[in-house]
Write a protein that binds this ligand. Structure first.
Ligand SMILES: [Mg+2]
Length: 227
């Protein structure tokens, strides 16, 4: 254990709730690129990367995935996301801004993103709430289809950005799904599950995160519990 701590944040269901904007943007992308009305219940996408979702939708609809079709789908998704973000009732979740602020103001604390969103999608979502600037670095779906690989990338980019070799026991992976917990365990980090997304607390507990919260709520209490 050292003084230096690293906090790696998931976005959807953890920092913010975007009230279905992501889902509607995916349906728009299906309409634009596949040419029909889609149904997202054909895949299980919570906690998955945008590139994983793109691939899974191609498979579910028996469509060939090519470099070009993937790019067209993701471009359409980002286009729709920008529109949907303006039309949706969205919130930053309770205690998030206070927590980000405490971390930012502590010279031994560092934070970045570990998210299945594309970099551009993350920027659209977080700039909307004026919280993008809290994250000087991140691992995004651009780097990998697979969230577990993203966690390894996150450690690498954190090291490059801060010049610090973090001990895994000083790294906290914070998210709202089993996939966040799993990818955190893979890099030996402490896993922090928050039941503010689609997955209920009882279900999250079966994946045995190191910490499990109903919500972040009180920022000081949240961080004191982790540390
Ligand atoms: Mg999430």
């Amino acid at each position: 254990m050292s003084e230096e701590k690293l906090f790696l944040w998931d976005i959807d269901g953890t920092l913010i709730s975007v009230g279905g904007a992501g889902e509607r943007a995916l349906l728009g992308a299906i309409r634009d690129t596949f040419g029909f009305e889609g149904d997202l219940s054909v895949i299980s996408y919570s906690g998955r990367t945008d590139r994983w979702i793109t691939k899974a939708l191609h498979e579910a609809y028996d469509l060939e995935l090519t470099e070009g079709s993937q790019q067209a789908f993701l471009d359409a998704y980002l286009r729709h996301l920008e529109i949907e973000m303006k039309a949706t009732r969205m919130v930053v979740l309770d205690g998030v801004i206070e927590t980000l602020e405490i971390i930012k103001n502590n010279p031994n604390f560092h934070q970045g993103l570990l998210t299945g969103n594309l970099q551009k999608g993350s920027e659209i979502k977080l700039k909307h709430f004026n919280i993008w600037h809290y994250f000087p670095f991140g691992a995004f779906s651009n780097l990998s289809v697979n969230r577990n690989d993203l966690a390894k990338h996150a450690l690498k980019v954190s090291r490059e950005a801060t010049g610090i070799e973090f001990d895994p026991s000083d790294v906290y992976v914070i998210g709202d799904t089993s996939h966040d917990i799993e990818c955190g365990k893979i890099i030996g980090a402490r896993t922090v599950a928050i039941a503010t997304g689609k997955i209920r607390k009882e279900e999250l507990s079966t994946y045995k995160p190191d910490f499990l919260f109903d919500q972040i709520g009180d920022a000081s209490h949240f961080l004191n519990t982790l540390l």
